[in-house]
Design a protein around this ligand. Structure first.
Ligand code: GTP
Ligand code: ZN
Length: 212
């Protein structure tokens, strides 16, 4: 018989004060010379408050796992999971895709949950490197698999739309734990399944060794 387990993850009602956020947004825009009485801007501070509240609040979900009764012992990879986060330096969006995989141990996870774990950590002021690592470590802790791999490819609007104006630049980060860290062939297989599998990319995305 397959045993199912579900762990509630995330906050049901994260603390937020939308009224204070709206007032602050109005002050912020006015200080930058934006005339809130012009055009359709009257509601903009309230919209900004709601928009950032959404971007910064993780959504609750159930992390559902099943006993690995079939003894499935090959990689499971979900690729091209959309990533939408905001960088902690400018609070501007970074957008792209995450490829997440694991080597099952005693349990397998509901496939949608890999995307939900990505979204859990993406909601909040982030660094791409930290986001990549948090997803990997969280899955390692809660699934106890033989390996975890996470690759994120993202465009940071603070890099492409302003500042350096490096239009089209994308940053690639990775985190490999367990067998995917120790075994270059397994890592190459993961990268191929994730669609980033050229030997050049495999070398570029290999993280430095740290003790687990
Ligand atoms: N490593 C890393 N850097 C990020 C990330 N998001 C934004 N940054 C960078 O954080 C840095 C902040 O640098 P600062 O010099 O303090 O900020 P700034 O004056 O706005 O810099 P410019 O963007 O170069 O105009 C910038 O180089 C950003 O590109 C991220 O996820 N990871
Ligand atoms: Zn930034």
């Amino acid at each position: 018989m397959t045993t199912t387990a579900a762990l509630r993850v995330g906050q049901r009602r994260p603390d937020k004060d939308l009224v204070a956020a709206e007032l602050a947004a109005a002050t912020f825009l006015t200080a930058l010379g934006v005339d809130l009485t012009a055009g359709g801007l009257a509601e903009t501070p309230a919209r900004m408050a709601r928009a950032y509240a959404e971007l910064l609040s993780p959504r609750e979900f159930a992390f559902t796992t099943f006993a690995n009764d079939e003894g499935y012992d090959e990689l499971v990879v979900t690729r091209d999971i959309p990533i939408r986060s905001v960088c902690e330096h400018h609070l501007l969006p970074f957008v792209g895709v995450a490829h997440v995989g694991y080597l099952p141990g005693d349990r397998i996870v509901g496939l949608s949950k890999l995307a939900r774990v990505v979204q859990l950590f993406a909601h909040g002021p982030q660094l791409q490197e930290r986001l990549t690592r948090q997803i990997a470590v969280w899955l390692d802790t809660h699934l106890r698999p033989g390996a975890v791999g996470v690759v994120i490819e993202a465009e940071h609007l603070c890099v492409t739309m302003r500042g350096a104006h490096a239009a089209g630049a994308r940053s690639i980060t990775s985190a490999f734990l367990g067998r995917l860290r120790d075994d270059a062939r397994a890592r190459e297989e993961f990268l191929t399944m994730a669609g980033v599998g050229s030997p050049l990319i495999a070398r570029r995305t290999a993280t430095p060794r740290h003790p687990r």
